[in-house]
Design a protein around this ligand. Structure first.
Ligand code: PEP
Ligand code: CO
Length: 420
């Protein structure tokens, strides 16, 4: 199946490098930003971040854009996965290798069925900030400010630990740099998926670009081209809670030359999506936009086709990716946030059907998954039952698929890819 030929109508969108600055977002409403208690400390931290070396280079970012352009043209497939939230635990070579291995194994399973290149993209080396539905959460008898990821506060059940601390922005940056160094060493030791130039990482990196006080100082201008690059990650994405077309996050990512992901949920109608595409992809460039559908298994077949058709009709050559996890989370009888593997499989199956019904290319998957033998999602084989959830429920935020459950869904996706 091939994407229909895409016209390139004249641009309607405002943001261009010429009239965009990394600080523009400050004039817009920014959802999900912590209230940093010490403004002077935040200013010093931002200045320190602005003085750091880029974590990823413009050349790498451009290479990923070109690879994503192939996915937009039905010539490649994206596998994006990793932890819901990374922690500040000291990065270890073995643990990072296991994350890379899981990505590569998933990519190989799908690639063998698809006979096209598969791009491995980790939720890695920067996935430390979490949007929350509520500013407070109950832990036992305590009502606490919500944990917002290690980039903001500490998960310990103590009000003092939950106060946002801007020093964490520096710790997060240092942690990301260490993980990236390991990813580059892994590639040098033979764990690369592609003919990567020396020094390239074993996988591409991605995270939700949520905390704009962290991301803004990491934007740099490429002296060769004059383009702005976000140097904290190869592929930043905009989450479902921060995708207001006139909001700060969209304005911020509109001006950088990176590929940009956007979560597309059940509340994102065709007009909303058209506005997002106009602002984020005014030049109709393949490889610029990755639309990550997270509708829920019950809704994807109905809600997705009109969106795929709308975007194609407007001439945005996007990559459509399925996140089957965030629309299918529920609380178990044991009180754990969880997801059922079979329901995730239903959303994946529905996604392939929906995109194909709209004459599009199902271009990738996005999972929260770990190679470890955790008990956070139910189902799979060996089966995890709700009663097993307390055994090894280790996630820092949302429930992850374990290695066996991930492999099972990879096999399903391979079958879906082969059945085109
Ligand atoms: C996430 O990817 O961790 C996330 C919070 O997703 P969403 O914005 O789609 O809810
Ligand atoms: Co999550």
């Amino acid at each position: 199946m091939h994407a229909p030929p895409l016209p390139a109508p004249p641009s309607a969108a405002p943001a261009r490098p010429a009239d965009w600055l990394p600080s523009d977002w400050r004039l817009r409403a920014a959802a999900q930003q912590p209230e940093w208690p010490d403004a002077a400390l935040l200013r010093r931290v931002r200045a320190r971040l602005a003085g750091t070396a880029p974590l990823v280079s413009p050349a790498e970012v451009q290479e990923l854009r070109q690879a994503l352009a192939r996915a937009a043209h039905a010539e490649a497939f994206v596998v994006q996965l990793g932890d819901c939230a990374e922690t500040f635990e000291t990065p270890e070579f073995a643990g990072t290798a296991a994350r890379v291995d899981l990505l590569h194994a998933t990519a190989r399973t799908i690639g063998a069925a698809l006979h096209r290149p598969v791009l491995p993209i980790g939720r890695i080396a920067g996935q430390y900030a979490k949007p929350r539905s509520s500013p407070t959460e109950r832990v036992g008898d305590l009502l606490l400010p919500s944990f917002r990821g290690h980039l903001v506060n500490d998960p310990a059940p103590d009000p003092a630990a939950r106060v946002p601390d801007a020093m964490r922005l520096l710790r997060g940056h240092a942690h990301a740099r260490e993980v990236l160094a390991l990813l580059r060493e892994l590639a040098d030791s033979g764990m690369a998926m592609r003919d990567a130039p020396a020094g390239a990482p074993a996988v591409w990196t991605s995270h939700e670009a949520l905390l704009l006080d962290y991301e803004e100082p990491l934007v740099r201008r490429d002296p060769l081209t004059g383009s702005w690059y976000l140097t904290s990650t190869h592929l930043p994405w905009i989450g479902a809670r921060t995708c207001e077309p006139d909001g700060a996050h969209v304005r911020f990512l509109a001006g950088v030359a990176n590929p940009v992901g956007v979560k597309v949920g059940p509340d994102t109608g065709p007009e909303h999506l058209a506005e997002l595409c106009a602002r984020l992809d005014p030049d109709h460039q393949p490889g610029r936009l990755v639309l990550i559908s997270r509708m829920g298994a019950a809704k994807v077949r109905e809600l997705l086709p009109p969106l795929v058709e709308k975007v194609a009709a407007l001439g945005h050559p996007v990559v459509w990716v399925c996140d089957p996890v965030h629309g299918n989370t529920y609380t178990s009888g044991t009180g754990h946030k969880t997801r059922h593997v079979d329901v995730l499989g239903e959303e994946l199956t529905g996604f392939f059907a929906a995109v194909r019904a709209a004459r599009g290319w199902p271009g990738g998957i996005h999972l929260e998954a770990t190679a470890a033998d955790v008990t956070e999602c139910v189902g799979g084989s060996p089966e995890v039952r709700e009663g097993d959830l307390p055994l090894r429920y280790e996630t820092a935020c949302d429930p992850r698929l374990n290695g066996a459950q991930t492999a099972q869904l990879a096999e399903l996706v391979a079958r879906l890819c082969a059945a085109q």
